[in-house]
Design a protein around this ligand. Structure first.
Ligand code: NDP
Length: 328
């Protein structure tokens, strides 16, 4: 495993990490969850991603129980949680980025995870109804209390993150260290365009999500409609539509699968390697519902040397979606 700094921070994160969205506490049983987390750790992944909203808190409960049974040094792994969506009854103050929900959400996450602190704590989405000063200050309170070690954002717009940095500087507080955006061959704008000044001027790190676009970039939907996947789960019709609704993506995925086969590899590995080829990616979070998926995805770093300029050009020709930087 390789390790990268989380932006300009001192923290070293494994280039591939492991997340639990839709799987822990929901799609898979706890035994499989244990096998997956153990496989990740045994393969030198040091970052496990979680959130209050994942399976309404169950994902953290499952991860916490597993961690409790291990003899792994706490210093050998990084755990995250995220606050915003809430996990309770949708009452006022049970979601958002007010000081109340940030502090209560963190305390509740620590309880579910059975940890004294989380290493990374994310604002899962921007909250248009809370002043940014309140959010930055609440995160700094948690930092001072030692309940979180780094704070960051997820899916915030460039100007919202810039505002957080401005407020932090004005009040001599600590600004966000990392963002968690979606990044894969089909979702590129934030990572390759919007955030460029945040990387250059603020040393922002990234923990990118859905490198396989929810499994689409494994190629398994090319010619088939597999039934045992997240896209068939009740309540996830929106995700099925988002993933498979655009048929041009299936056509491109078929071409990318052929390209991978010509190289003697598979698209899942090529697609994951493609994300970490971007130096602004600190870590790429893998998801898996089966241990075979994780063990195969873990081999992605071996494919990295195949990504020559010539191959990248071939991929660009198929994708035809490279974000354009305006030159005035
Ligand atoms: P991916 O896009 O890589 O999707 C992972 C899913 O694809 C697996 O659960 C599995 O689903 C399928 N899959 C993975 N590998 C293979 C393979 N080799 N062959 C066939 N199918 C495969 O990542 P996720 O969408 O899971 O995102 C990764 C992590 O990022 C999450 O766990 C979470 O921690 C984080 N995240 C953060 C978000 C945010 O808003 N901050 C939003 C979403 C995710 P199946 O078997 O069901 O098809």
């Amino acid at each position: 495993m390789d390790y990268r700094r989380l932006g300009k921070s001192g923290l070293q994160v494994s280039t591939l990490s492991f997340g639990t969205w839709l799987t822990f506490g929901k799609q898979i049983d706890d035994k499989t969850a244990d096998t997956l987390l153990t496989t990740a750790y045994d393969n030198e992944i040091n970052f496990f991603d979680n959130a209050e909203a994942y399976a309404k808190g169950q994902s953290e409960i499952v991860m916490g129980k597993i961690l409790k049974t291990k003899t792994w040094a706490r210093s050998s792994y990084i755990v995250s949680s995220k606050v915003f969506f809430g996990y309770e009854d949708g009452l006022p103050n049970q979601s958002g980025l007010s000081r109340k929900h940030i502090i209560e959400g963190c305390n509740a996450a620590l309880k579910r995870l059975q940890l004294d602190y989380v290493d990374l704590f994310f604002c899962h989405r921007p909250d248009k109804n809370t002043p940014i000063e309140e959010t930055v200050l609440a995160m700094n309170t948690l930092l001072q209390q030692g309940k979180i070690l780094y704070w960051g954002t997820s899916e915030w717009a460039n100007d919202e993150i810039m505002q957080a940095f401005t407020v932090a500087r004005k009040y001599h507080l600590i600004g966000p260290s990392m963002e968690q955006p979606q990044y894969n061959m089909y979702e590129r704008t934030k990572m390759e365009k919007d955030y460029l000044l945040l990387f250059r001027d603020h040393g922002m790190g990234t923990t990118i999500w859905s490198p396989l676009a929810s499994g689409l970039l494994s190629g398994k939907y090319n010619h088939a409609k597999p039934k045992d996947t997240r896209l068939e789960m009740a309540g996830l019709e929106w995700l099925k539509e988002r993933t498979l609704g655009d048929t041009s993506r299936i056509e491109k995925t078929i071409q990318l699968s052929k390209l991978s086969a010509d190289l003697g590899t598979t698209l899942n590995k090529l697609a994951i390697a493609w994300t970490v080829k971007n130096p602004n990616v600190s870590t790429c979070i893998l998801g898996a519902s089966k241990v075979e998926q994780l063990t195969d995805n873990l081999k992605s770093l071996e494919v990295l040397p195949l990504l020559t300029n010539e191959l990248i050009e071939k991929i660009e020709t198929i994708l035809d979606n490279k974000p354009v930087l305006a030159l005035y």
